[in-house]
Design a protein around this ligand. Structure first.
Ligand code: S3P
Length: 437
């Protein structure tokens, strides 16, 4: 850690990446497990919960709304208060860096008796919220956000929420989930039309809590709930965290890595398809279901990659993996083109700009597009990268360091703790030459 409290990483060229490891719990699924456990009746036990800052923010917010949640590090025990049992001692709820918590809870809070205000850290305060505010208004919520369409969101409690039929104008699982959660409280039925799939963890998690949603072609419908029933959930390892080691093992020569109990939900794992199109050697073993989610052991061996045009239909189901896929593309033979990924511009940082800036420092030829990037494969030089406080940018460029000619320093890595606090230790155990500086 530097003197100003910033965490920086230094990655030196590493030889083979070898070993077997477990990946910490999935961030998206951990959030949803807490949300539904909090408003269910009875106790829920959540195993392999992600102990990251984002998911801990979700726990904290529910504790502030009167839910007893005990987190002993091994599992989380939640005493559900029922659909109408939340109350807000302090109406201002702070979601830190977590866009998922803020957007999903905007749906929940719109249907409560009490009024609330949602805020977050500097990065979250800049992210688009109008996408959830407008449709919630259609459901009769009294909700507003800043003139720029950002936090703070203000919600007036005690409204009669109504079902609606809504076609998603942006491909966002956070938006879909926000509306499904409001739909739990809405008179009649809430129907969401999603023309391209986004991650379906909310739908799968609701079935665990005994309130299944219906899905027919592109239409997802949810009825007003009488109750959710507490249950036991085992959270799969986070595929988005596994992705860094999938690329590390592919790029470093003579590597062989096995990642155990990783979530491979088809609405999340398109990165495997993309990497295979580029020539990667990735094998799924022991595929099974855990708490309604597909999981598997993933084995990765080194291989030579070639550049491709990334199929646009895979973009929304690989959205969080695109920075690390671009790192793979930067060391592939030939050109890779990514388009249809404008959402990257409104993540924890503008990920298209953050990746371009990093590539310039490392001597990789790349061109930013409004909705993607063109990358020419080459060899990474060493250098000092600004992660712009974005966890996925920090971890993606750490993996570039594995095969770079000289060490890479990544600045401003504090936010890696939002999704993968054990990233450095897990990397070291697999033979990556990474440390804090
Ligand atoms: C998430 C959905 C994605 C993803 C985010 C988590 C979720 O965002 O980028 O990290 O848990 O629903 P969008 O749905 O807004 O693309």
């Amino acid at each position: 850690m530097s003197l100003n409290g910033n965490i920086n990483f230094c990655i030196k060229p590493s030889h083979s990446i070898i070993g077997k490891t477990c990946i910490p719990g999935d961030k998206s699924i951990s959030h949803r497990a807490i949300i539904f456990a909090a408003i269910a009746e009875g106790e829920s036990r959540i195993k392999n919960f992600l102990q990251g800052e984002d998911t801990l923010a979700t726990i904290r917010v529910f504790q502030e709304m009167g839910v007893s949640i005990k987190n002993n590090g091994d599992y989380v025990l939640v005493q559900g208060v029922g659909l109408y049992g939340l109350h807000a001692k302090n109406p201002t709820l702070n979601f830190g860096n977590s866009g998922t918590s803020a957007r999903l809870l905007a749906g929940l809070l719109s249907a409560q008796k009490f009024s609330s205000q949602l805020i977050g850290d500097e990065s979250l305060m800049k992210r688009p919220m109008i996408r959830v505010v407008n449709p919630l208004k259609k459901m009769n919520a009294k909700i507003s956000c800043s003139k720029q369409g950002t936090l703070p969101i203000k919600i007036k409690g005690g409204q009669n929420i109504k079902g609606m039929c809504y076609e998603l104008p942006v491909l966002s699982a956070q938006l879909k989930s926000c509306l499904l959660i409001a739909g739990l409280y809405a008179e009649g039925e809430t129907e969401i039309i999603e023309n391209t799939a986004t991650r379906d963890h909310t739908e799968r998690m609701l079935a665990n809590f005994s309130h299944p949603v219906a899905k027919k072609n592109s239409k997802i419908s949810i009825k007003k709930a009488k109750r959710l029933i507490g249950c036991e959930i085992t959270v799969p390892g986070d595929f988005s965290s596994a992705a860094y080691f999938i690329v590390a093992a592919t790029l470093a020569s003579n590597s062989n890595v096995t990642l155990e109990n990783v979530g491979v939900n088809p609405t999340r794992n398109a990165m495997i398809k993309i990497m295979k199109l580029m020539g990667a050697d990735i094998e799924l073993q022991n595929e099974r279901l855990e708490s309604g989610e597909p999981i598997a052991t993933i084995n990765i061996k080194s291989s030579e990659l070639v550049g491709i045009d990334i199929p646009e239909e895979l973009v929304s189901v690989a959205i969080d993996e695109l920075p690390i896929i671009l790192v793979a593309a930067a060391s592939a033979k030939g050109t890779t083109r990514l388009s249809g990924a404008a959402e990257l511009r409104v993540k924890e940082s503008d990920r298209i700009q953050s990746m371009l800036d990093g590539f310039v420092v490392l001597g990789i030829k790349a061109e930013a597009l409004d909705d993607g990037m063109i990358v020419e494969g080459g060899k990474f030089n060493g250098g000092s990268i600004n992660s712009y406080g974005d966890h996925r940018i920090a971890m993606a460029f750490s993996i570039a360091g594995v095969i770079a000619k000289k060490p890479i320093i990544i600045n401003n890595c504090n936010n890696v703790a939002t999704s993968f606090p054990e990233f450095v230790e897990t990397g070291k155990n697999l033979g990556i030459n990474i440390d804090y500086v």
